[in-house]
Structures are given as structure tokens and as C-alpha cells.
Ligand binder design. Structure first.
Ligand code: AMP
Length: 356
């Protein structure tokens, strides 16, 4: 077993290869991933979660494009193969093997009651597979196989992290192991709302997201469609689930109709993320003072978003002209990840009596 005293803090994160990365992925996970890789006392493992992409309907052709696209996006946002181990999940088959051992510790009922499972069942009633049910167990294996301490992911992943911790506790208790219980590394944008204000920004919901690839014209069009109100309103603060890390949300009500304006909430959150809290406060002041112009807010916001993602797009264009470099990064990442994954797998197999 590794010497726990000399072990650096380990980080694991990943994005499913189910479509283009969007601003939710960027703020909820990617920014944290980039920040953590520059710390000397941290060791970072970042996967393109292509196996998790099989838990919802997929086509082999697009899956193959999406996973390469996520890899290019990783490099374009600043993940550095010299500092981080960057790899395709499916190229490290140890994840699946460990997930099988871990599945012996989890009841079917526990998985069926997870809100994330129920949501996906609603979204894809024709695709309620064992792979979908097993998603959190595979995620626990992804984390545990690198003995990761911290996981930079959005708040939507908190129920899955709780499952990972439960599994580690059982594993440690039953088999006398000393594996770390993973915690979420929180970022300021750990919940980026959908553009229509209902639910979160999501790859699988058309019209809900701005992709990292979008041009200024497309961003302008998408922002223009965000529903607003008369621009004269009230703001209410709400306490929500402190345990999950969700402190306070703000809800906006149109003074004329007294209806909640969820689109305005989404715009204000994006203003905060891309233009800063002071700018959000200034727009809120105008909202309450009845002087807010949504045209102005929307065009300033679209420009601020584009200014942030344009350098990523330029880097991406340049990476796309270097297919050999990409292949090297992919092969090297898998090799490094496997070396580490095999250490934990051996430990668990031994504990289970499968290795002398
Ligand atoms: P996924 O695309 O579902 O694999 O998510 C990849 C990462 O992005 C995970 O860490 C998610 O928690 C995070 N993420 C996805 N959507 C959002 C969102 N709307 N707000 C914040 N984080 C998100």
C-alpha cells in the first residue's frame, strides 16, 4: 500500500462525452480543474467519461466525435498534459473491474431512489438499463481507483459523491482498508441555470445552453431568447439546502404580475459569473428602481461571455490542426492513469481474497 504520508492530494474529475461542453461544464467543473492542476501538492486526474456516455442513448459515430471533442476542449481550456493525467475512461479498463467489486456493497434500492436516476428515467423511459442504474457505482470506482480526495464537479453530482463516500466507508470497514472519502471541490458557478430559467444548463436539453464553441452571433441569439419581464420587480432571498452547499438563491418577481421571472434569475446569475458581483448588484438596483434595460443587459452579457470563451476557441482551432499531438496525449494519459489504477485494483482484489 502507498505511504499515505507522502501522498499528494489527489483530484479526479470528468465530463461525459455526450455533446459539446457548455458554460455549466466550464463554471461547474472545468475552471476548478484548471486551477487545481497548478498546485504542487496536488496530483490531478482528468478523464473524458466516455463509459458514462453509454448510460443514456448514444450513437457510436457521434460518441467517437464527442469524446475527441471533449479531449480537445480540455486542452483548449488549459488542462496541461505535463501537469495532469488526461485520459479516456474506457482506455483504463480497471475502472470497470473495480466498479464490479464495489457493486457488491450497494443495494439496488439505494440506486433506484437516487434523484438523478429518477430524473434520467423520466427523460429516457425507453432506456432504463442496468448501466444507468450502475452509474454512481462506476463513478465511485472512477474516484476511488485514484484514491482521490477532492472532486471538482457541479452541485448536481453531490448525491453521487454521497454514494461514493458510503461505498468507501463500507469498503474500509469490512476489508480494513484506509481509502479516502472524497469531497466535492466547490466553484462559484457550481450551478449554472438553463437559459430558459428552468433547471440547469444541460447538453441534453436543446435551448438550455451556450456551448464553448458558440460564436458571438449565436450567443446573442440565445441570450435574446431568454424570457424576461417588465423590468420592474422585487427580489426575494431564499435559503436552500445548506448541507448540499447551496446557501442563498435570489428569486425575481415582476412587480406588475407578481409572477416569478426565472429567466431574469438565469440572466443575473450569468452576469455575476461573467461580469462580477458588483455588476449584478448594479443591474439588480436598476431592476428594483424600474430603470433596467434588458436590451443593454443582454448585449453586454453576450459580449462578456464571448470575451471569455474566444481565446478557448482560438486555441481549439489550433489544436485541431495537430491530430498527432492529440493522439500522443491520449495514449500517454491512458498509460499514466493505468499505472495508478492498477495499484488500487490490486489492493482491493487482495482484500476480497482474489489475489494472493
Ligand atoms: P456532465 O456533462 O453531466 O458530465 O457534467 C460534467 C461536469 O459539469 C460535472 O462536474 C457537472 O457537475 C458539471 N455541470 C454540468 N452542468 C452543469 C451546470 N449547469 N452547472 C454547473 N455545473 C454543471
Amino acid at each position: 500500500m502507498e505511504n499515505q504520508k507522502t501522498k499528494k492530494t489527489r483530484i479526479l474529475s470528468g465530463m461525459r462525452a455526450t455533446g459539446k461542453l457548455h458554460l455549466g461544464n466550464y463554471f461547474g467543473a472545468a475552471k476548478g480543474m484548471v486551477a487545481l492542476q497548478s498546485r504542487k501538492d496536488y496530483e490531478t486526474f482528468y478523464m473524458v467519461a466516455d463509459l458514462h456516455a453509454l448510460t443514456t442513448p448514444f450513437s457510436p459515430k457521434t460518441l467517437s466525435q464527442y469524446r475527441r471533442n471533449v479531449m480537445v476542449d480540455y486542452l483548449a481550456i488549459g488542462l496541461d498534459p505535463q501537469r495532469s493525467t488526461i485520459f479516456f475512461q474506457s482506455m483504463v479498463p480497471e475502472h470497470i473491474e473495480l466498479a464490479y467489486y464495489l457493486s457488491t456493497l450497494v443495494s439496488v434500492a439505494r440506486m433506484q431512489h437516487l434523484p438523478t436516476f429518477k430524473e434520467k428515467v423520466k427523460q429516457y423511459p425507453e432506456n432504463v438499463t442496468l448501466a444507468l442504474l450502475n452509474y454512481p457505482v462506476l463513478m465511485a470506482a472512477d474516484i476511488l481507483i485514484y484514491q482521490a480526495d477532492l472532486v471538482p464537479v457541479g452541485i448536481d453530482q453531490e448525491p453521487h459523491l454521497e454514494v461514493s463516500r458510503e461505498i468507501v466507508r463500507k469498503l474500509n470497514q469490512i476489508y480494513q482498508l484506509h481509502l479516502p472519502q472524497p469531497r466535492r471541490f466547490k466553484t462559484s458557478g457550481d450551478y449554472v441555470p438553463s437559459l430558459n430559467g428552468i433547471g440547469k444548463m444541460s447538453k441534453s436539453v436543446p435551448g438550455s445552453f451556450i456551448a464553448l464553441d458558440d460564436s458571438l452571433a449565436v450567443i446573442n441569439q440565445k441570450i435574446a431568447k431568454v424570457p424576461t419581464d417588465s423590468g420592474r420587480g422585487q427580489i426575494q432571498l431564499t435559503q436552500v439546502d445548506k448541507k448540499a452547499g447551496f446557501q442563498v438563491t435570489k428569486r425575481y418577481f415582476d412587480a406588475r404580475t407578481n409572477q416569478e421571472s426565472v429567466g431574469v434569475g438565469a440572466l443575473m446569475k450569468l452576469v455575476e459569473l461573467f461580469m462580477g458581483e458588483a455588476k449584478r448588484a448594479a443591474f439588480e438596483h436598476q431592476y428594483q428602481a424600474e430603470t433596467l434595460s434588458y436590451n443593454q443587459l443582454k448585449s453586454q452579457l453576450a459580449q462578456a461571455i464571448f470575451a471569455e470563451i474566444e481565446p478557448i476557441q482560438r486555441k481549439k482551432q489550433s489544436l485541431l490542426t495537430q491530430p498527432n499531438y492529440l493522439d500522443e496525449v491520449i495514449a500517454h494519459g491512458a498509460e499514466k492513469a493505468r499505472a495508478q489504477a492498477q495499484i488500487t485494483l490490486k489492493l482491493v482484489k487482495k482484500a476480497f481474497g482474489l489475489l494472493n
